[in-house]
Design a protein around this ligand. Structure first.
Ligand code: AMP
Ligand code: MG
Length: 483
């Protein structure tokens, strides 16, 4: 198996201006903590082999096939609105690309693999808890049908990582359709090397948006394609109640996959103002602000592409603004279609009455601060004739009864609702509980949580606690950056 392993190096050879060859720091005592076997198989890797010392060597960057050229990728980025011209992989490495069993090119990337030339003041390391958080949340997102980078494995390194306390260190092996970010384009644009920028754009078109190559203006078409991919992605986040938490331009992909699970979380009470990140004081990346921020980030991407779109800057701006202006409509349409499905109304016409039902429902949920995930499953029971579970969630019964009677008249499809609305999401208190136990050496809760949230729609007996909101004493949840 390992003999056919072929790590390609397209990024490293196509874009040397954005890639610094680098080696992972060896892990003193590597132990495989989590492995997604079905993803391994999809990648053409043998899960049993990945569990051997050589396999773990691949997953930590210590034992690579001779052809591999691991690189730290360069990128810039707006972080909370402020521009940093040089961020890059401070603690990550792109090992190379794999061709999966369906012929798709996938990046194999390590996070927490030691300091690189982009590390600045950082130690280049990652603690086990945050890497397991990325693992479980990204795997849940994938199971929920949200485009995302994937988590192949987490290996604990046997090295201590100093945060507020000394914590066990780990490396995450991440798989993505690429790691191209808005920040990659920002880095290339400010380098002043127009040829580098053009090669980056063409690499992105070839990998993610090949139809753009056929357009009259391929780089405008690239922008349009990224705008569409992000509009669809952010709508999916909103429908499932996901808060990314740190939507800096270096954390926004060109592929349209969710990337970089740091201070992310799922909302419980439905409230657009929800923020979990301990450093997001102004609520820039609040739940309800994500579409606005995405469009802002896309405007930064558009700026980088101007010289490729048209040599006449006025003309280039006019075209780019046109592409950006499509975002709100694409987003609103994707969100509204998703909401109709969540309410079991997908077959109904996209009409004013349905739009009013959707708007009234979200306003009811907001005012009663109902649990976002539980509400839709309770509503599916109402579609089957039992209104009590959903009535029990709301404060004002008169209002909810009035809404339920208008909604039932549309004959909602309960089976569609159960296929669309998850029972199980990685609830914040469950994630915290699992990561705390794993940090103390007990992985059983983590394994169980992964098992539950990777089959999110199908309700199983014995898993009641995974479907319930956090107990009241869990308090206001906060997640922390600098992980
Ligand atoms: P993030 O907020 O995780 O997206 O990271 C933002 C930037 O900080 C990226 O350039 C990371 O590579 C870098 N970074 C984060 N943590 C570390 C660390 N422990 N050591 C070195 N660089 C880091
Ligand atoms: Mg990042």
């Amino acid at each position: 198996m390992s003999a056919d392993l072929l790590l390609q190096r397209h990024f490293a050879t196509d874009l040397p201006g954005l890639a610094i060859p680098w080696q992972a720091e060896p892990a003193p005592n590597p132990r495989l903590v989590a492995l997604d076997e079905s993803l391994a198989v999809e990648l053409g890797l043998d899960p049993a082999w990945l569990r051997t010392p050589k396999g773990v060597g691949l997953l930590t960057g210590a034992v690579l096939p001779p052809e591999a050229t691991p690189v730290a990728q360069a990128y810039a980025g707006h972080q909370f609105g402020g521009f940093s011209p040089r961020l890059g992989d401070g603690r990550a490495l792109l090992l190379g690309e794999l061709i999966d069993t369906e012929g798709r090119m996938r990046d194999l990337h390590l996070k927490g693999a030691g300091r690189t030339p982009f590390a600045r003041g950082g130690d280049g390391l990652a603690a086990l808890g945050p890497m397991l958080r990325e693992y479980v949340v990204s795997e849940a997102m994938h199971a929920l049908g949200v485009p995302t980078t994937r988590s192949l494995a987490v290996v604990s390194t046997g090295r201590q990582v100093l945060r507020e306390d000394a914590l066990p260190g780990a490396v995450l092996a991440r798989v993505a359709s690429s790691h191209l970010r808005v920040g990659s384009f920002q880095y290339a644009a400010i380098s002043g090397d127009l040829d580098l920028l053009r090669r980056l754009a063409d690499h992105a078109i070839a990998r993610h948006h090949p139809a753009a190559a056929e357009a009259d203006l391929p780089h405008l078409a690239l922008l349009e394609a990224v705008v569409a991919a992000q509009a669809s992605l952010i709508a999916k986040w909103m429908l499932v109640g996901f808060v990314h938490g740190v939507m800096n331009t270096d954390n926004m992909t060109i592929s349209g996959e969710t990337i970089d699970y740091g201070p992310c979380a799922f909302i419980d009470a439905f409230d657009p103002a929800t923020v979990y990140s301990s450093i997001d004081h102004a609520g820039r990346y609040a739940f309800g602000n994500q579409a606005v921020v995405a469009q802002w980030n896309l405007a930064r991407l558009a700026e980088t592409l101007l010289p490729l779109i048209d040599p006449d800057q006025e003309r280039a701006i006019e075209l780019a603004v046109g592409a950006l202006d499509a975002f709100p409509g694409l987003y609103a349409d994707a969100w509204a279609a998703g909401m109709r499905a969540k309410l079991g109304l997908a077959d109904q016409a996209d009409n004013e009455a349905t739009a009013t039902l959707v708007a009234d429902w979200t306003s009811l949920m907001h005012r009663s601060r109902v649990d976002h995930t539980a509400a839709y499953r309770a509503l599916a029971r109402a579609a089957r004739g039992d209104n009590e579970p959903v009535r029990g969630l709301f404060l004002d019964l008169r209002e909810v009864d009035e809404w339920l009677s208008r909604w039932s008249a549309q004959e909602p499809d309960a089976a569609l609702m159960d296929r669309t609305n998850p029972v199980y999401i990685p609830r914040n208190h469950l994630v915290e509980e699992a990561l705390t136990a794993a940090t103390d050496g007990d992985h059983s809760l983590f394994d169980r949580l992964v098992e539950v949230v990777t089959a999110p729609y199908d309700e199983r007996p014995g898993l009641e606690r995974y479907a319930q909101p956090a107990p009241d004493d869990f308090g206001t949840y906060q997640t922390f950056c600098g992980t």
